[in-house]
Design a protein around this ligand. Structure first.
Ligand code: GLA
Length: 402
């Protein structure tokens, strides 16, 4: 009897229960992506030069780890066995060699493909090849997959992304899975078990306050994307992030606009994917991208997305609870005019029911540090007042005074 039981137990098939890889994105992923500046004009040398620049200019040290090769790295057709292959002119050494190089230089390797039959630039998509592609990615050393949503036909988004999640898990190489579904099917409602981040909107464009209408689709400015994040903060947390799209810092906006963009992405606990040409950028752009204290707001281990506390005359005040009882605060001036800002701490009640955190300025004094000026401004026992430049932001860290 016992023997039969034992045999039965031994014969139960082992279930490789599909799931996403846990513990990979406990803070929002950071890195650099080819798309915003280079689009389809990418090649091996560009990636090599970029990582060398990031090693020297402090970006790697600041936390930009994932180097993501976006659309158009592939040959136009799969090979005779149906495998994805890189364009031999753009990536003559192949993707395994590229992955090795990135790993040797201390980076992680990210790649793009699409849940549909073709990518948005017309290269082979993953549909129907998910398990085969996941094996290729594993063999190349891929650590991050951005999975797009062009040419999806009538496919169900949740099921389609789940298939790729299962394929990645089955291939056994831990991969951060970025659902680039543009928010079309509310991925925040189902993405947590499938991926580590999900796009909440269509594509960003390097413009502070505009919409670029291309007829069949639109590109969105910084403020337009910011406004689309309303109501989504409760879906974000360690391991699963809202993704308001990559950074446009250094891509043509004014320095103040770049600073406001970066400040707000930090307040949103957004993935920070630089999208500029880091081989030749201004010192202002580099200073924004590598501001460690601003990045620490984004990367705070509490992992709570910030919220809008007040809005008046297109001046917004945002708060983000941080670990150790601290807070980040951002004052965003959406207008093209300088505006005065005055904040009498003691009369303000900042309470966040989501994180169950409260800032009691009437009973606790906080030290105030300006993260762009890199200057301590005193404590919350004196009224804060100053100018906020046009289309700019003040970013503060409030720490309970000892
Ligand atoms: C979509 C994505 C972009 C980029 C392009 C590539 O538009 O949202 O981020 O990956 O595809 O074609």
């Amino acid at each position: 009897m016992r023997k039969t039981m034992l045999l039965l137990v031994l014969c139960v098939p082992v279930c490789v229960c599909a799931q996403k890889f846990d513990g990979l994105a406990l803070t929002p992923p950071m890195g650099w992506n080819t798309w915003n500046t280079f689009a389809a004009n990418i090649k091996e040398d560009l990636v090599k030069e970029t990582v060398e620049a990031m090693l020297v200019n402090g970006m790697q040290e600041a936390g930009y780890t994932y180097i993501v090769i976006d659309d158009a790295w592939e040959a136009k057709e799969r090979d005779a066995q149906g495998n994805l292959v890189p364009d031999p002119n753009k990536f003559p050494s192949g993707m395994k060699a590229l992955g090795d190089l990135l790993h040797e230089r201390g980076f992680k390797f990210g790649i793009h493909n699409c849940a549909g039959t073709k990518t948005c630039s017309g290269y082979p998509g993953g549909r129907g090849h998910e398990f085969q592609d996941a094996r290729s990615y594993a063999s190349w050393g891929v650590d991050y997959l951005k999975y797009d949503w062009c040419e999806h036909g009538t496919a169900n988004a949740e099921e389609t992304y789940k298939t790729m999640r299962d394929a990645l898990y089955t291939a056994r190489r831990p991969v951060v899975f970025s659902l680039c579904e543009w928010g079309d099917n509310k991925p925040w409602l189902w993405g947590q078990k499938i991926g580590h981040l999900w796009r909440t909107t269509g594509d960003i464009t390097a413009c502070f306050d505009c919409v670029k209408d291309h007829g069949t689709y639109k590109d969105w400015g910084v403020l337009q994307i910011l406004d689309k994040q309303e109501g989504l903060r409760k879906y974000a947390g360690p391991g699963h992030w809202n993704d308001p799209d990559m950074l446009e810092v250094g891509n043509g906006m004014a320095v103040n606009e770049d600073r406001a963009h970066f400040s707000m992405w930090c307040m949103l606990a957004a993935p920070l994917m630089a999208g500029n040409d880091v081989r030749k950028m201004t010192k202002e752009t580099l200073a924004i991208l590598t501001n460690k204290e601003a990045i620490a707001v984004d990367q705070d281990p509490l992992g709570v997305q910030g919220f809008q506390y007040s809005a008046k005359d297109k001046m917004e005040v945002w708060f983000k609870p941080l670990s150790d009882g601290a807070w980040a605060m951002c004052v965003l001036n959406r207008t093209p005019r300088v505006q005065k800002f005055r904040f009498d701490w003691k009369g303000e009640a900042v309470a966040d029911s989501f994180s169950k955190r409260e800032a009691r300025f009437d009973t606790t004094a906080y030290t105030v540090r300006d993260l762009w000026q890199k200057k301590d401004l005193g404590k919350t026992d004196i009224i804060f007042s100053g100018d906020v430049a046009a289309q700019d932001a003040i970013l503060l860290r409030l720490s309970p005074a000892k």
